[in-house]
Write a protein that binds this ligand. Structure first.
Ligand code: SAM
Length: 201
C-alpha cells in the first residue's frame, strides 16, 4: 500500500522525538542537504527563523560535525538544552535594525538556511504574501551578507510571487532550484528555494 505524506510526517515526528530534535522539520533539511550539499564542516551558517531549533541542532551535529559556527535567530527562543557550543542565538525580528546589526557583525556567512514562516491566519493569500515578504528579506540579507560561492535555502509558501523570488535568486546564484522535500505534509503549500554558488556582484 502506498504511504501518504501524512503517514510519513507522523513517522518523522516519532523519529525526531527519538533522535532528540524538537521538530520533525529536521528531515526536510536532511533531504535538502543530501540533494544539494549546502553545508560542510567548518562553515559559518546563519539560520533565520530557527526556533524551536531542529535545523540548528542538525546543522551542529551532522552538517558541521561540531566544527564551525551557527548564528540562529528567531522571534522565539530555541528549545535546545544545552545550546550547542557552535551556536550563538538571538531572539527578535531578524529584519529589525537591532538584530540585523548583530547578524551583520557576525557575518559574512558561507551558508544561509531559512525555514522562516509567518504565523498562519488560514487565509491563503494573506499567508502567502507574508511568507513571500519574509523570503524576500532573507534573499536580500543573502545578497549582502552571504560570501561569494556561498549557498542559500529559504522557504516560501507557493502562490503569486515565487517566480519573482526565483528570478532575483537567478541573478545572484550560479544555480537555483525549487525543491519540495518528501517530509513536507501533503496539504502543505511550502516549497524551498535553493541557491548554489553565489556569484560575484
Ligand atoms: C517553521 S518554524 C522554523 C522551524 C525550525 N527550522 C526548526 O527546525 O526548529 C518558522 C519560524 O520562523 C520564525 N519567524 C517568523 N518571522 C520571523 C522574523 N521576522 N524574524 C525571526 N524569526 C521569524 C517563527 O517564529 C518560527 O519559529
Amino acid at each position: 500500500m502506498a504511504t501518504s505524506r501524512r503517514d510519513r510526517a507522523d513517522s518523522y515526528t516519532k523519529r525526531a522525538h527519538k533522535e532528540g530534535y524538537p521538530a520533525r522539520s529536521v528531515y526536510k533539511l536532511e533531504e535538502i542537504q543530501n540533494t544539494f550539499k549546502l553545508v560542510k564542516p567548518g562553515d559559518s551558517v546563519l539560520d533565520v527563523g530557527a526556533a524551536p531549533g531542529s535545523w540548528t541542532l542538525f546543522t551542529h551535529r551532522v552538517l558541521l560535525k561540531e566544527q564551525g559556527k551557527i548564528i540562529a535567530v528567531d522571534l522565539n527562543p530555541l528549545n535546545l538544552n544545552p545550546i550547542p557550543h557552535t551556536v550563538t542565538a538571538f531572539v527578535g525580528d531578524a529584519f529589525s535594525k537591532d538584530i540585523r546589526s548583530k547578524l551583520v557583525e557576525n557575518g559574512p556567512y558561507d551558508v544561509i538556511i531559512s525555514d522562516v514562516a509567518p504565523m498562519t491566519m488560514g487565509n491563503r493569500s494573506v499567508d502567502t504574501s507574508r511568507s513571500e515578504y519574509l523570503a524576500s528579506q532573507v534573499i536580500y540579507l543573502a545578497s549582502e551578507h552571504l560570501k561569494v560561492h556561498g549557498n542559500l535555502v529559504v522557504k516560501v509558501f507557493q502562490g503569486g510571487g515565487q517566480v519573482e523570488l526565483i528570478q532575483t535568486m537567478r541573478s545572484m546564484f550560479a544555480k537555483v532550484k525549487p525543491f519540495k522535500p518528501k517530509a513536507c505534509r501533503d496539504d502543505s503549500f511550502e516549497i524551498y528555494l535553493v541557491g548554489l554558488d553565489k556569484k560575484e556582484s
